[in-house]
Every structure is written in structure tokens, then in C-alpha cells.
Design a protein around this ligand. Structure first.
Ligand code: MG
Length: 161
């Protein structure tokens, strides 16, 4: 077995007038995440963790923010493209572990729906998705509720080549 690990990090600003897309679902909140895509910072961090594990270029290089083809695109499509590429190279996802850093909203009510949505995108059971949320203790931009950041780790494997 050939096993690789990767880490991904992302941060997006919160702004009014946008839906909050997070972990592949819509979370009811007064603001949403800015971004060229739908702003789903959880899926972006996972995509970067997977790309890093496979030794591929990061999501920003793959889907440049200035490229009109990706304006308003669902992040599930971006992550789906990453998973398809890894599958083509013989990789399968073993598990991912995610930490969301956000002052608000509370994530607990949405945790299981996010795990299911992420698992479906990655082709794994929901129990292969670790999902934790914490605040930034009121400190900095995240603590002031101006942004949400996410850290993700992914493990992938494939047979001996
Ligand atoms: Mg991003």
C-alpha cells in the first residue's frame, strides 16, 4: 500500500448579501463567505489537502480566481474535479479531518449534514470525515467575525505501482 498525507488551509471573508455555503451545505446565517466561487472554505481546504497529498498543484493554481470560467462555481464541482483527478491517478481517499475556526454561527447543528455531504463528494462514509469547530476566542479578524478559516488533513492511498 502506498499512503500519502496532505494538509490544506483556507480563509474567506464574511460579507452581507451572500448565502453561507460551508461543508457542502447551506448554513442559515446573516452573512456568507466572499469568493470567486460560492466561497465554501471547508471544501477548498479539503481540496488543497487532497492535492497536497497527491503532490499536485493547489486549488488556486488549478482554478485561478481571475478565470471567468469559474465565476460563481459551486465548490462541490471544484472538489469533485480534484477527486476525479486523484481517482484517475489511482488514489482513493482514506479519511479527512477538518477544523473550522469561526466565531459564529454555531456549527454543531450542521455537523452531521456536513459530514454526509463531504463523504458523498469524496466517496467515503461519513464516519471517515472528522469535523470540528472552534472559535478564535474573540481575537483577530476571525474573532471579530470578519472571516472563517479552515484547516484540513487528508489521507489517500493506492496499490503499489
Ligand atoms: Mg478558498
Amino acid at each position: 500500500m502506498n499512503t500519502r498525507v496532505g494538509v490544506g488551509y483556507d480563509l474567506h471573508r464574511l460579507e452581507t448579501g451572500r448565502a453561507l455555503r460551508l461543508g457542502g451545505i447551506e448554513v442559515p446565517y446573516e452573512r456568507g463567505l466572499a469568493g470567486h466561487s460560492d466561497g465554501d472554505v471547508v471544501l477548498h481546504a479539503i481540496a488543497d489537502a487532497l492535492l497536497g497529498a497527491a503532490g499536485l498543484e493547489d486549488i488556486g493554481t488549478r482554478y485561478p480566481p481571475g478565470d471567468a470560467r469559474y465565476a460563481g462555481i459551486a465548490s462541490s464541482e471544484l472538489l469533485g474535479g480534484v477527486v476525479a483527478d486523484l481517482t484517475k491517478r489511482g488514489w482513493r481517499v482514506v479519511n479527512v479531518d477538518v477544523t473550522i475556526v469561526a466565531e459564529a454561527p454555531k456549527m454543531a447543528p450542521y455537523r452531521s449534514a456536513m459530514r454526509e455531504a463531504i463523504g458523498a463528494l469524496l466517496g467515503v462514509e461519513g464516519d471517515a470525515i472528522g469535523l470540528k469547530a472552534k472559535t478564535n476566542e474573540g481575537l483577530g479578524a476571525i474573532g471579530r467575525g470578519e472571516a472563517i478559516a479552515v484547516l484540513a488533513v487528508a489521507l489517500i492511498d493506492r496499490g503499489e505501482t
